[in-house]
Design a protein around this ligand. Structure first.
Ligand code: SAH
Length: 562
């Protein structure tokens, strides 16, 4: 099994040199360093336990440069929950020892050997089958699937106990293993794509060499594919991918079938290209599909192309802890990242294979169209916003671009908007709960709307006694607008009305100020500031650290129960 890019986790500066050597083995791997202890890591984390558990739960292979015991204790609570697990290794800080801990079926021993070779030490491999045979029968390389894990385990222990085995079918990697082979052996390993029931002394291994071409989508596609394969006597475990024509790209039934069968979905413009593949046999079925069987496992990444994806993501205000996990996962799978340079940098670091397209903040429609062009080619594209992408940010621009387009390629892109913590919410949380009752969110920028509309809305919102949250409060090209806005609000609110200013919330240099409407002046605010203005019920009281809590009660008028 080939695994995704590992994370290298270090606790102290002393491990950085070894971590860099490991990075030469896995160039795309990032070094995660403990904040305050490690200078120059690729990512900074604050809590070792939480970080390790999160990586494990996201199925990320982990190389921890610390004592094996620490890693075991940290992951112990998660171990019983999980069947499949990522490889986890402990490596001595000075690189003198490599200990594979978990993920025997996920290739941990292969990783241990790779790392040990780079560090010029012997890996501490303890899996007896691997030691004896030089390969893990239970963990075939990519392109092959083990029929049944329990049979496999019994097989390995039988072989370890001295039984011999014969191999039927082609499996180049098994030829290199030092298995106790004998032509007359009772036990056999059978490699092939034909559907069969394993006999008691047989271990089945399936090459993923079968493709199902779906020419027309029918009802209950998943079962139709299963039935067609069974009828053709082809094993389901040998299925490498489903293939369809590009005009089927947005078809939900196809997507669901691929998901249920656990295989990728690829799109090929002309079926005749596909039929030209050398050595492939085609089985026409009575249904709207063709089964193609190749002589060897197929590299599905070379068959046509996948459906393109476009995700418009919100980073949250800045701090990694405030980024939703779905966004983190999306950042890991992206091939292309578009956005205003500051935000793209904030979303990183990225791997060398990920393409960054940084643009000016103002070219939003152009950026949206570029994103669709890339996604329509089958790439996995991210458009980055800070905060939430739907709040004065890229999501609306992306939808506008799609709405204006009649290109079927754009409309069949797998488009998803992933939310983030918006600046008003992050600022409010720092101050307490100023948005605890009805509130109104406004951008004070008159770049895309007339100033008269802003004045009118301000007047009505202030009159309605809503708490006000101002985005884009001021900028060099819009110097007077905030002052005018405050004048309008002051017509409806007292000078004692609490005001919260959050600057660079969730970013280095974060500053929170609690003041009043009477004391607020434009020079306390810049374009990196969020302005929250209380309603008539918003109140403050001292907090134990010397600051002030701000909140707006949930009730209005008479306090209930008094
Ligand atoms: N989509 C973003 C808002 C973009 S508009 C979101 O949901 O947060 C840009 C404005 O948001 C800035 O002018 C500022 O008023 C506010 N803002 C964005 N990030 C901020 C942060 N980290 N701290 C304070 N204000 C921020």
């Amino acid at each position: 099994m080939t695994h995704s890019t590992p994370a290298i986790v270090i606790l102290g500066q002393g491990s950085l040199a070894t971590a860099r050597r490991l990075q030469q083995v896995y160039p795309a791997a990032l070094i995660h360093g403990l904040g305050g202890r490690v200078e120059g890591a690729d990512r900074v984390y604050q809590e070792f336990g939480a970080t390790l558990r999160e990586l494990y739960q996201q199925d990320t292979p982990i190389i921890a440069l610390c004592a094996a015991g620490i890693v075991i204790r940290t992951l112990a609570p998660l171990l019983l929950e999980k069947g499949a697990e990522p490889p986890v290794l402990a490596v001595a800080e000075d690189g003198s020892a490599v200990v594979p801990l978990l993920g025997g079926l996920g290739g941990v021993n292969d990783m241990a050997r790779e790392i040990a070779a780079a560090l010029e030490v012997a890996p501490a491999i303890t899996t007896s089958g691997e030691l004896r045979f030089g390969t893990c029968l239970l963990n075939p390389p990519s392109g092959y699937t083990l029929g049944d894990l329990e049979t496999g385990k019994r097989f390995v222990s039988d072989l370890l106990a001295g039984h011999s085995v014969r191999i039927e079918g082609a499996a180049p990697w098994l030829e290199q293993a030092q298995l106790p082979e004998e032509p007359q052996a009772r036990r056999s390993i059978h490699v092939g794509s034909v559907e069969r029931v394993a006999s008691p002394d047989e271990l089945l291994i399936y090459p993923r060499c079968v493709v199902v071409l779906v020419s027309a989508v029918e009802a209950d596609l998943t079962n139709a594919i299963r039935a067609a394969m069974q009828h053709a006597n082809v094993a389901l475990q040998a299925l490498a991918c489903l293939v369809a024509a590009p005009d089927q790209m947005a078809c939900p039934a196809l997507r669901e079938a691929a998901l249920e069968l656990g295989v990728p979905l690829r799109f090929v413009a002309s079926a005749s290209d596909f039929r030209a593949l050398p050595g492939v046999t085609f089985i026409e079925t009575a249904r709207n599909m063709t089964i193609a069987v190749a002589p060897q496992p197929l590299d599905v990444t070379r068959i046509g192309r996948p459906r393109g994806r476009l995700a418009v993501i919100g980073l949250g205000p800045g701090a990694a802890q405030l980024m939703v996990p779905a966004v983190k996962a999306e950042l890991a799978r992206a091939t292309d990242v578009l956005g205003y340079e500051t935000y793209v940098r904030m979303a990183g670091p990225f791997r060398p294979d990920q393409v960054l397209h940084c643009t000016d903040n103002r070219e939003e429609m152009q950026r949206a169209r570029h994103a669709f062009e890339l996604a329509a080619q089958g790439r996995s594209v991210i458009v980055v916003s800070s905060g939430d992408p739907g709040v004065f940010a890229m999501a609306a621009a992306v939808l506008e671009a799609l709405h204006e387009s009649s290109d079927p390629g754009w409309h069949s892109v797998d488009l998803e908007i992933l939310p983030g913590v918006s600046a008003s919410l992050a600022t409010a949380a720092l101050a307490g709960a100023p948005l605890g009752h009805d509130f109104c969110v406004m951008s004070l920028s008159d770049n895309l709307k007339p100033w008269s509309i802003i004045e009118q809305r301000l007047d009505l919102a202030a009159q309605a006694d809503l708490v006000l949250a101002f985005y884009n409060p001021i900028s060099r090209s819009r110097p007077w607008q905030l002052g005018r806005a405050l004048e309008i609000v002051a017509q409806h609110r007292t000078a004692q009305t609490p005001v919260v200013l959050g600057r660079d919330v969730g970013r280095p240099g974060q500053a929170l100020r609690v003041t009043t409407l009477g004391a607020l002046t434009s020079d306390q605010v810049d374009m990196r500031t969020m302005v929250l203005i209380g309603s008539s019920t918003t109140c403050t009281f001292p907090r134990s650290d010397g600051g002030e809590w701000v909140y707006t009660p949930r009730w209005y008028g008479e306090k209930p129960g008094t």
